[in-house]
Write a protein that binds this ligand. Structure first.
Ligand code: SAH
Ligand code: SF4
Length: 364
């Protein structure tokens, strides 16, 4: 197979071609891979056939392969994609009112171990390469015939993994996705969601091309967050909020805080008031997500009335939205990505984790 062209910058492609090729060849290949989204070397017909053949000996385009596709009744599509080493990763496409959000993974599994998240049960298998991150977007755009340059497409890193624990690859992928000569998704239409890896937030803030920042808050006190998100032991909530206050927002940018509501755990009016106090000095909006349930997750989803009441409290201080669950019936919703598989027409009830034996998970 060899290295994949997807994930390479122009200079990387030039290096693969070697010094004997004219400089414009690398640009032709770059354009074919990222702009025209040609799925195989044979399809790059604007370069000589001999070169195509020679290239095929050392490299491939490197799109992920479709293992399985799941279609939700609400229009959400979940792809289970196979990587070159046979590992599988998930990408979700959510169409809504003519707009599309592509939700990509940045790691296979996740090491962060949030107590309400199904991905956490996998542990971390490995980081995705730059090419595997970009490849998910190219795959989804090809399959759905989407034009990434259109203002109607957004990308969020809310699939499997903690993007700030794979930051170099995520940043290189962001540059490739944002390049107007390539894929052409504006950095304003990309959002990176993190559990709060404080030093990496600072590093992200220094990157010239970077997605918008969303922080998964999920708790209203230091202690509560430690219970729900053990990462808080290492990166305290107070330090996380300090990093958010110091974060260099661009003029068009606001921070987003995500908050998963767990019935009877972090969903009271008192929690909402504490959240408002925590975020008081920040230019931000808040997205509420009622827990998406899953096997092995022992928390419960609050009633819609509770979610609404929580939102009402926060609305006095910030724009606050309730995120509609998408693709619940196909295990595509937030926190549900664990490579559930089953017949292509199986509902949630028919889906089982690919690996056997899900240990029941107790609220900490
Ligand atoms: N690791 C990153 C991005 C992937 S998780 C992060 O944690 O931010 C994407 C979002 O899904 C996060 O906001 C997370 O808090 C939320 N989430 C995790 N498990 C969930 C669940 N079971 N129900 C609803 N949202 C969940
Ligand atoms: Fe990892 Fe995000 Fe899930 Fe936490 S919520 S375990 S950081 S994917």
């Amino acid at each position: 197979m060899g290295p994949s062209l997807i994930g390479m910058e122009l200079a990387d492609i030039a290096a693969v071609l070697g010094p004997d090729e004219p400089a414009y060849r690398a640009r032709q290949i770059y354009e074919a891979v990222y702009r025209r989204r040609v799925p195989s070397l044979a399809g790059i017909t604007n370069i000589p056939r001999d070169l195509r053949r020679r290239l095929a000996e050392t490299a491939s385009v490197g799109l992920p392969e479709l293992q399985q596709r799941y279609d939700s009744a609400d229009g959400t599509i979940r792809y289970l994609l196979r990587l070159q080493d046979g590992l599988m990763v998930e990408t979700v496409v959510m169409p809504e009112d003519g707009r599309y959000t592509i939700c990509i993974s940045t790691q296979v599994g996740c090491a962060v171990d949030c107590k309400f998240c199904l991905t956490a049960l996998m542990g971390l298998e490995r980081n995705l390469t730059t090419g595997e991150i970009v490849g998910q977007v190219l795959f989804a755009a090809l399959d759905q015939r989407l034009d990434p340059e259109s203002a109607k497409l957004n990308i969020v890193t809310m699939g499997q993994g903690e993007p700030l624990l794979n930051l170099p690859n995520v940043l290189k992928a962001t540059r490739l996705l944002a390049d107007p000569a390539g894929v052409g998704v504006s950095q304003r239409r990309m959002t990176l969601s993190t559990s709060g890896i404080v030093p990496r937030i600072e590093e992200l803030g220094r990157a010239p091309t970077r997605p918008k920042l969303a922080v998964s808050l999920n708790a209203s006190t230091e202690e509560q967050r430690r219970q729900l998100m053990p990462v808080t032991r290492k990166y305290r909530l107070s330090d996380l909020l300090e990093a958010c206050r110091a974060y260099p927002l661009r003029p068009w940018e606001k921070l987003t805080f995500e908050y998963v509501l767990l019935r009877g755990v972090n969903d009271s009016d008192a929690d909402a008031r504490r959240v408002a106090r925590l975020l008081a000095r920040l230019n931000c909006k808040v997205n509420l997500i009622a827990l998406n349930p899953g096997p092995g997750i022992l928390f419960e989803t609050p009633e819609p009335e509770r979610v609404h009441a929580f939102q009402q409290v926060l609305r006095r201080s910030f724009p606050c939205f309730v995120r509609k669950p998408r693709g619940l019936d196909i295990y595509a919703a937030c926190g549900q990505l664990k490579r559930m598989s089953g017949g292509s027409d199986a509902g949630a009830a028919g889906l089982v984790p690919l690996e056997a034996g899900v240990a029941p998970r107790h609220p900490a």
